[in-house]
Write a protein that binds this ligand. Structure first.
Ligand SMILES: NC(=O)c1ccc[n+]([C@@H]2O[C@H](COP(=O)([O-])OP(=O)(O)OC[C@H]3O[C@@H](n4cnc5c(N)ncnc54)[C@H](O)[C@@H]3O)[C@@H](O)[C@H]2O)c1
Length: 363
């Protein structure tokens, strides 16, 4: 089982040297590191020079999450004569972790690796649960494995340099964890009028990552309960695919936020009178966070989309049936049900409701 360590002490520099002391003392580890840290020298540990061949610098761009980059990593591992006793440490956001862990889990049928997540999304989500992979033939995460790291070492202080668009992406996953599994976490998160800086909220990060940890431990291969982690994500993936076609800048967190507003509003229709208003109130709170990021203008953009196109994109998901999409619905905050069918007329009705309410609020 993976050992998860989260360091949140406010003292110290937050450098990798400190994190390294938590890794088992083996000789000559190799590193795959996000190139962002080439200039952030404080984060580079003392044991190794940035120009060392033992570092594979990884450009964290979604186009680099590819089989070609995995091949480059395999070639580097061969050149450095890596084997199953070579510790490999992968440092970065979800793109670097997904690609590095994919390369590690397939090299010589799998070499052990440690993940050091450096974005909020990677600390609460991408580093947990063993999923890794690369994009293939323009399809996201089409090749991959489920292989757990030996360690995840997260230091919240490294998040101080994270830009707002990446903060919102991690924040929305934390919100999702509260909504699907922990009413107390949701209550705390919902008390923030503005999305806070994550480096100041280590306890929320700890709680959120623990929720994902607990869910995946029971269902690593996503046969059942792990599916609740897809809450809001079917709509989000459809929006991201339409955004990339239109060259629109829609950060992952904004798409997930809109997806959750949709799923909360739809869930409110299915649940009891008692829970209905709580779910609608939650949708309003998530909507308010999205509206804070006016530079992306996501809600007006969503309102301009053809609902049928969004629906057709949702249906492309291989898990769906001919005329239905299987979604995660909440019966109440913290009570998520997976494989709940939604039909096109119901989707269109709820979609119109949320985008028109939103666009009038933004204009
Ligand atoms: N494996 C999983 O379970 C899982 C779960 C969710 C998402 N993902 C994947 O994660 C990817 C997105 O990852 P992400 O959002 O973590 O970020 P990212 O890897 O896309 O990185 C975002 C940007 O932030 C930079 N960066 C990294 N750390 C930084 C820091 N501390 N300060 C400032 N900048 C920093 C990177 O260089 C990059 O430019 C997607 O490819 C997605 O598919 C995987």
């Amino acid at each position: 089982m993976t050992r998860y360590c989260l360091n949140s002490s406010r003292s110290g520099t937050g450098d990798l040297h400190e994190a390294m002391t938590w890794i088992p003392p083996q000789s000559n580890p190799l590193f795959i590191i996000d190139t962002f840290f080439q200039k952030e020298s404080a984060f580079i540990f003392n044991e190794i020079h940035p120009s060392s061949k033992r570092i594979f610098w990884f450009d964290a761009d979604e186009t680099q999450k590819s089989i070609e980059r995995a091949i480059a990593i395999w070639e580097w591992l061969v050149e450095l004569e890596a084997n199953r006793s070579t510790p490999l440490v992968i440092v970065g956001g979800g793109i670097t972790l997904d690609t590095g862990a994919f390369a590690a889990s397939t090299f010589q049928r799998g070499i052990p690796f440690t993940l050091v997540p450096t974005t909020l999304l990677a600390q609460v989500d991408a580093s947990i649960g063993g999923k890794n992979g690369v994009n293939f033939l323009t399809i996201k995460n089409y090749l991959g494995t489920i292989t757990e790291p030996t360690h995840v070492i997260a230091d919240t202080r490294v998040l101080a340099t994270l830009p707002a668009a990446h903060v919102i992406s991690g924040w929305m996953e934390m919100v999702k964890h509260g909504l699907i599994a922990d009413p107390e976490l949701w209550r705390t998160l919902s008390s923030f009028q503005y999305v806070p800086r994550p480096e100041n909220e280590p306890e929320l990060i700890r709680t959120s990552s623990q929720i994902k940890f607990n869910i995946v431990q029971d269902d690593l291969r996503e046969d059942g309960r792990r599916k609740i982690l897809n809450f809001g994500h079917t709509v989000a993936h459809a929006l991201e695919s339409l955004a990339s076609r239109e060259a629109m800048n829609v950060p992952h967190g904004m798409a997930v936020g809109l997806g959750m507003v949709f799923s909360l509003t739809w869930s409110a229709q299915l649940t009891t009178e008692n829970s209905r208003q709580t779910l609608l109130d939650a949708a309003q709170i998530v909507r308010a966070w999205i509206e804070q990021f006016t530079e992306f203008n996501c809600i007006n953009w969503a309102a301009s989309l053809d609902a049928l196109e969004v629906w057709n994109n949702m249906k492309r998901d291989k898990k769906n049936r001919a005329d239905e999409v299987l979604e995660v619905a909440l019966k109440a905050i913290g009570e998520a049900h997976w494989d709940e069918p939604i039909t096109r007329p119901v989707f269109e009705e709820v979609w119109q409701q949320i985008v028109h309410e939103n666009s009038s609020a933004q204009n």
